[in-house]
Write a protein that binds this ligand. Structure first.
Ligand code: PCA
Length: 214
């Protein structure tokens, strides 16, 4: 059995829900064959989120870690390619912090690539009839912070573990009257199951296009 840790976030930016955590819980309630799914909800707070992630990884001892966050306004499931070593807040985090251009790991690499097979993950979600694409930026808010912290933890302490980050659209109830794209949480949960299966079963990523011109 492959042990997979899925994390989601608490609500932030005035929202009453966060589809990342809803979908993670729904995915774990019906795990795919061959995978053991563990979950953790992370605070939307710089620093604390990273501490909570480390604790969850230590407790679960996963083979794979898939962190998930809300990217309101994106129309599809986005599998993140790269985490950058910077905190630059556009809005305050859950504790009111608004760091500007601070290194997540002072002296650390400028960036880490996901160690998930991002193209295979996107292909698996699409094959299930759901929209997905590769994203080349996870932003500079708490999601990128957690993604970078995960990648650094793996690179420096957990060489046998693979991990990455997935952003998901708003849930439909969040966009009523707002004309923004959304995806039902059941679909997002299905996409997360597909991603977990693809990541567990793919060592070498697919050579298919997933780039962007801007
Ligand atoms: N999305 C935010 C942080 C928490 C979340 O779900 C982000 O994209 O940084």
């Amino acid at each position: 059995m492959t042990r997979v840790l899925l994390t989601g976030f608490e609500p932030f930016d005035g929202e009453s829900t966060n589809p990342s955590w809803q979908a993670v819980r729904a995915a774990a309630a019906e795990p795919p064959a061959g995978l053991e799914l563990f979950t953790a909800e992370l605070p939307c707070v710089y620093g604390e989120s990273r501490t909570a992630l480390r604790a969850a990884v230590q407790e679960c001892g996963p083979d794979l870690v898939i962190c998930v966050g809300q990217a309101g306004g994106r129309p599809d499931i986005t599998v993140e390619r790269v985490a950058v070593n910077v905190d630059d807040a556009r809005i305050p985090d859950g504790a009111g912090a608004e760091p500007i251009d601070e290194a997540i790991v002072p002296g650390g690499p400028a960036a880490y690539f996901s160690t998930l097979p991002v193209k295979a993950c996107v292909a698996a979600v699409r094959a299930a009839g759901l929209p997905a694409s590769v994203s080349n930026t996870a932003g500079t808010f708490v999601c990128n912070h957690v993604f970078y912290a995960l990648a650094h933890l793996i690179a420096t302490e957990l060489p046998g573990v693979r991990g990455g980050f997935v952003h998901v659209p708003y849930a439909p109830e969040q966009v009523v009257g707002r004309a923004q794209p959304s995806l039902p949480v059941t679909s997002v949960a299905q996409a997360l199951r597909e991603i977990a299966v693809a990541a567990a079963g793919t060592r070498e990523d697919l050579r298919i296009a997933g780039g962007a011109t801007h």
